[in-house]
Write a protein that binds this ligand. Structure first.
Ligand SMILES: Nc1nc2c(c(=O)[nH]1)N[C@@H](CN(C=O)c1ccc(C(=O)N[C@@H](CCC(=O)O)C(=O)O)cc1)CN2
Length: 291
């Protein structure tokens, strides 16, 4: 079998176009643009690229972008003071603090300082709790992007066996919650799971978010599985995912490539979440399922 390649770039472009239309409608109704504030602390090169891409994509979708760059040695209290100002700013619908932060800053304290209504990253414990309990909130961008790709590929996920490899707050846990909400039967595994290959062998859906280059092997997969690779690992040979692509593509029915799979969906979903935040904050009716 040679797997179909799931084109995340095309799916992201499609979502960005729909967000653009809905952003224009928001501006006409609310009399202002939806706004996203992005905060970058320090000069991590990959983070700087992602923040620049977020700013460009925000403007291209017809929304306002507010970029804040702070020195790597900024005091945690100064970052929290900036978050307080953004929380209070009516032009800002969504706030995102780019991760990772320098070691001297406690990520959890910063995330908890963002008001949940503007937490378009969906990382605040209130939003995590809302997702876990089936309430309306914000869902982290990468797992929501993965779910969108899966639904486009497979349609209804009811009764599918899914294995999520990775248990981070940013990807693994919310991914498992989303798949559970979609009525899949979900196993959360990780690098120390006993007989990981055995779990993967039973799965119709495999989401790899373990952060280890080419960790998941093709021979572990059930023939015909759908494989979503969240990994972005920089190696001597270039960018690779958490899945050994060549061996997996010969067994799976469909697979996301790295690059060009899940990654582009992350920023497109961020725009979607920001627009949803704007409609909610302005109390303007909007069909959120249209995005
Ligand atoms: N506050 C946040 N910080 C981080 C998040 C996040 O969602 N919120 N996610 C990642 C980084 N990230 C966005 O911030 C991100 C990662 C990757 C991509 C992407 O499009 N990747 C490309 C490859 C790009 C490359 O060459 O590096 C792909 O996979 O095709 C977009 C956004 C951590 N921090």
């Amino acid at each position: 079998m040679t797997a179909r390649i799931i084109d995340g770039k095309a799916a992201a472009a499609d979502l960005r176009a729909r967000v653009g239309d809905a952003a224009a409608a928001f501006e006409a109704k609310a009399g202002r643009k939806a706004g996203l504030a992005v905060v970058l602390v320090g000069e991590d090169p990959a983070s700087a690229v992602y923040v620049r891409s977020k700013g460009k994509a925000t403007v291209a979708a017809g929304m306002a972008s507010f970029e804040h760059r702070l020195d790597a040695d900024v005091a945690e209290a100064d970052l929290l003071a900036l978050v307080d100002r953004l929380n209070a700013d009516p032009a800002v619908d969504g706030i995102l603090v780019q991760l990772p932060l320098p070691k001297h800053i406690r990520e959890s304290v910063v995330i908890e300082r963002i008001v949940p209504e503007k937490d378009v990253d969906g990382f605040h414990p209130v939003n995590a709790g809302r997702l876990a309990t089936g309430l309306e909130g914000f869902v982290p961008c990468t797992p929501l992007g993965c779910l969108m790709l899966l639904k486009t590929e497979l349609g209804d996920l009811t009764g599918k066996d899914a294995v999520v490899i990775g248990r981070s707050n940013i990807v693994g846990k919310p991914m498992a919650a989303l798949l559970t909400r979609a009525s899949a039967t979900v196993t959360i595994a990780h690098s120390r799971t006993k007989d990981l290959a055995g779990h993967v062998a039973r799965a119709d859906i495999v989401v790899a978010a373990v952060g280890i280059a080419q960790f998941v092997k093709g021979e572990w997969l059930k023939p015909g599985a759908t494989v979503i690779d969240v990994g972005i690992n920089r190696t001597d040979t270039g960018l690779v995912g958490d899945v050994d692509f060549d061996s997996a593509a010969s067994v799976a029915a469909a697979i996301t490539p790295v690059p060009g799979g899940v990654g582009p969906m992350t920023i497109a979903v961020l725009l979607r979440n920001t627009l949803v935040a704007a409609y909610r904050n302005a109390d303007v009716a909007f069909d959120e399922d249209s995005l």
